[in-house]
Design a protein around this ligand. Sequence first.
Ligand code: NAP
Length: 511
Amino acid sequence: MSPTSTAPRHVDHLVVGAGFAGLCAAIKLQEDGETDFVVIERGPDVGGTWRDNTYPGAACDVPSQLYSFSFAPNPDWSMSFSPQPEIQAYLQRVARESGTLDRFVFDTEVLEATWDDDDQTWTVETTGGTWTARTVIVGAGGLSEPRLPEIEGIEGFQGEVFHSARWDHDVSLAGKRVAVIGTGASAIQIVPEVQKVAAHLDVYQRTAPYVIPRNDRRYGRLERTALRHVPGLQKLYRTAIYWGRESYVPAFTIEPRIAWPAKQLALANIRKGIKDPALREKVTPTYDIGCKRILISNTYYPALDADNCDLVTDPIAKVTGNAIVTADGTEREVDVLVVATGFFTTELPITEHLTGRDGVTLAQRWRESGMSAYKGSTVPGFPNLFFIVGPNTGLGHSSMVFIIESQVSYIRDALRTMRASRYGAVEVREDAAASYNAALHRRMARTVWARGGCSSWYLDAHGRNTTLWPRSTFTFRGLTSRFDVGAYDVSAPPEGRDRTDRRPTDQGVPA
Ligand code: NAP
């Protein structure tokens, strides 16, 4: 439903983003009887990254049984690693069946959100008008803003050019000369699909990734029937996958040498997929496995080895007209340029638009020190603002949905506490946030991400890993199981307003 008036509308809670995080928040808020909320989403539908990434070959590299809500199991996944359309359809179905969709305001972007300390309210300017809210829950995602490469002349490229997360399906690649810049998780899914149809494909690699086999398989009808009807079976399956994944954690966070078998798998995958010895050498990484995200594919190396594909490792110098020129002076003509260069991960763009108690934006606060939050969720100076998938909550090995559900549970408990104790505002204390982050970064120093000899999107401009969680996911679940009000400054509501006064009164988005 779209807002209809220009006067500010008030809600108790305003959620930003309708991906896994925002949808989970909406469903759980409703479960708690908190129906006075809206979800503001700049796109036309739920889904977030799974709505936006429609490139050929897009699929999840975490098994679907785990990469789904614990409260909305899906016995109908067709494959162990689901393709993007199935994940998007799953999110649409869960949203529909949850009965929360009338709370979502689509095609509306948050422009500015400002905390008013006197009124203890956030004022949120959007492209669809102004809202005020007691709490703002940001689920805008860490992989939502495409990062375009800074390459001389790229703006003047005369062919078609688009980012992997903004795939232009109107552009046919059949019989064309295509170039893909990047060899990350997106690119290695795109390359085999493009290689099948393009006349020629150039893949521009800056750093070789580790790629292990993709142990994907189709679920049989019998298996799906059993998952649907045998009580507890799907939960057992999910739990087994969870613990299997969790067993990787020590190799990432304590001793990278434990990952030796995974490295052998990756090297064997190269030998299996590529015959050309020179190409094998080019794709062999020179840093520790796990330092960058470990990728999975059975088709990437054979695609690179195909006659119509070249792997280019000379750095790109510039783009001229319809060609890419590398540092050695070679000019390669191209009709379609696919930029698979990732996202803004360490300076979340939405933070430019969040202004806290001292009139400072969150981006300003983080500019010097890098991103940091308490339990990935709250930031000093920004009362009643909660993040889902905030700083240091990312995973290299398991399902982000597990983290999202943990954070949503923390936020729910915060809201319950606020209501029960009649707090107008809660704000994490500077000392609590500082000691939490000091301990986190002490652990981070031991991880393969810090000492594996690579640079990655996990690290910010200061070389600090502000994106990943450096411990087990069950530790994170434990830390977020309860809202620890002792770490927060709390204040009573402004004179004349009782925090408990506002109970949900209406259905649908208030007009
Ligand atoms: P990414 O992992 O950040 O990869 C970007 C690639 O572009 C890297 O190979 C990078 O090289 C290269 N690159 C960046 N700037 C460049 C430049 N100026 N010139 C040449 N090369 C450049 O991005 P992504 O592949 O989109 O994946 C991002 C994250 O999204 C993943 O790590 C994963 O968490 C998620 N994802 C998941 C899936 C899945 O579940 N299957 C699929 C896609 C994405 P360097 O390595 O040298 O920096």
